[in-house]
Structure formats: C-alpha cells, structure tokens
Write a protein that binds this ligand. Structure first.
Ligand SMILES: [Zn+2]
Length: 150
C-alpha cells in the first residue's frame, strides 16, 4: 500500500491519483443515487455514499480493486475533499477501516494482502465478507422496488 501526503509526487502516484479519483467519482454518484431514489439506509449520508462505492466495487471484481489504494491515499492526505478549507479530515480512521473492510469483503481474494500489510486487522477481516454480504442485501432490497417500476 502506497502512503503519501501527495497523490501526485509519490512514485506510482499516477495510480494513486486514478484510484482516488475513481473513489471520489463513485462516492459522489452514491450521494446522487441515495438522494434521487430517497434510499433510507439508516446510516449517515457519507456512509451511504461509501457503501455505494463498496457495492459497485464488489460487482466488478478485478476492475476496481485499486479503490482501496485510493481510499488509503485520500486518508493520508488528511483534508476534506468535499468541503475544502474546513481543516477537517474526510476519511478518518473509523471511516477508512470500514471502507477497507467493505472493499475487502467484496473481493477478499484480490485484497488478501491487506491483512499482511497491516491495513486491515485479522480479527476485522474475518467479519468483512459477512459485512459486505449484509450491505449488498440491504442495497439490493432497496433498489429492487426502483428497478421493477417498468
Ligand atoms: Zn460525501
């Protein structure tokens, strides 16, 4: 896992930039989907948008595996990319751990190295596949009524 204060200057930074950009884009689409469809997920708007990212990543194994690197890079940047100049950190440790767990849970084979690298604790990893399955079931149930409207 590449850790850097800048997405652009670290060796391999282009990959981090692409992964971070993909995460931000999908996160914003997640906000739009939740808002337009008025989905009640029982979580904060930020968590709901993050869940959308994890769900999409889980549906595209091999295509979006780098998202976890983008999350780590954004976490390391320690600034709020949704509301700059606030001094806030957008992805704190709890949010980052949840995102990492859900991305792992959606494709554990591709992310097996996260435990070895210390990005995900072994104890948390054991529950991530189940957490992802629960998330996917909640989203599928909420989206089905919108998909079957003809
Ligand atoms: Zn957001």
């Amino acid at each position: 896992m590449i850790r850097s204060k800048s997405l652009l200057v670290h060796p391999g930074g282009q990959d981090n930039f692409d992964d971070a950009f993909a995460f931000i884009l999908l996160h914003q689409v997640g906000h739009a989907v939740v808002d337009v469809l008025q989905l009640d997920l029982g979580v904060s708007t930020e968590e709901a948008a993050d869940q959308f990212v994890a769900m999409i990543a889980g549906m595209a194994p091999g295509e979006l595996d780098g998202l976890v690197n983008g999350v780590a890079a954004l976490q390391d940047l320690e600034f709020d990319w949704e509301t700059p100049d606030t001094g806030a950190t957008t992805i704190g440790s709890d949010r980052g751990a949840t995102l990492t767990c859900l991305l792992y849970g959606g494709n554990p084979d591709a992310h097996a190295n996260l435990v070895e690298q210390g990005e995900l604790t072994a104890s948390r990893a054991t529950s991530c596949v189940g957490e992802f399955a629960d998330l996917q079931a909640r989203w599928t149930a909420l989206l089905e009524s919108h998909l079957n409207q003809g």
